[in-house]
Design a protein around this ligand. Structure first.
Ligand code: SAH
Length: 217
């Protein structure tokens, strides 16, 4: 394989995939320019690591398309001092992006092998503010709750109540919601007191969220 210029690939990704589609927050764009996405996919896929689509990461799971990661990240409106929960660690890429933009990131993955690989990648790149655990993320991570923001990177049948409960007042939950099979609608849930307000931002296609407050299988 010829040498790949990852920095140039990242710049191209930001300029051709993110900016033209409306991702505008400076800190978000900066994080996509910095985080080495290729380090989160198998080596055979390094040359396509910055392309405009999701990639397989093993076990039938995927690392999301860069634009989708950016859109979900921007929806959290991070300033830098937040505590964030991610459900669906997968490759660890989204967690790495969040680690640059928030203070603490807690991420849950149902598969041990994916969690291990993600942890290795994050450790070797020096991210110190990400904690990963294996478990059912539909139940949240009570120990560190409440969270300023929660991001679910798998498709859910509805809004998991446990996640809403673990959200701070004025916190935001970003989650793809939809019926079985045919994709989902990216949904933002804002919590104010005991009330929630939802808004739908776009159609999307994620692997299923499997767990007690998700799909059965
Ligand atoms: N955020 C990831 C993409 C993850 S794909 C990235 O940046 O690469 C969705 C992941 O959610 C898969 O790895 C899948 O195993 C995981 N998942 C599905 N249901 C889950 C649950 N209930 N709890 C934790 N992880 C779950």
């Amino acid at each position: 394989m010829k040498d790949l210029d990852f920095e140039a690939m990242r710049k191209k990704m930001v300029e051709e995939q993110l900016i033209p589609r409306g991702i505008s927050e400076k800190r978000v764009l900066e994080s996509f320019n910095k985080v080495p996405r290729h380090e989160f996919v198998p080596k055979e896929l390094w040359q396509s690591a910055y392309n405009d689509y999701p990639l397989p990461i093993g076990g039938g799971q995927t690392i999301s398309q860069p634009y989708m990661v950016a859109l979900m990240t921007e929806s959290l409106k991070l300033k830098g001092d937040e505590r964030i929960l991610e459900v669906g660690t997968g490759s660890g890429y989204q967690a790495a992006i969040l680690a640059k933009l928030a203070k603490e990131v807690y991420s849950i993955e149902r598969f041990q092998d994916l969690a291990d690989t993600a942890k290795k990648a994050l450790d070797s790149l020096g991210y110190k503010n990400v904690k990963i655990k294996v478990g059912d993320g539909t139940l949240g991570w009570e120990e560190f709750a409440p969270y300023d923001g929660i991001i679910v990177t798998a498709g859910a049948p509805g809004i998991p109540e446990s996640l809403v409960n673990q959200l701070k007042d004025n916190g935001r939950l970003v989650i793809p919601i939809g019926g079985s099979g045919f994709g989902q609608v990216m949904t933002i849930v804002e919590k104010t007191g005991h009330a929630i307000r939802t808004s739908e931002i776009c159609g999307c296609m994620f692997v299923p969220l499997i767990g007690k407050e998700g799909w059965d299988r």
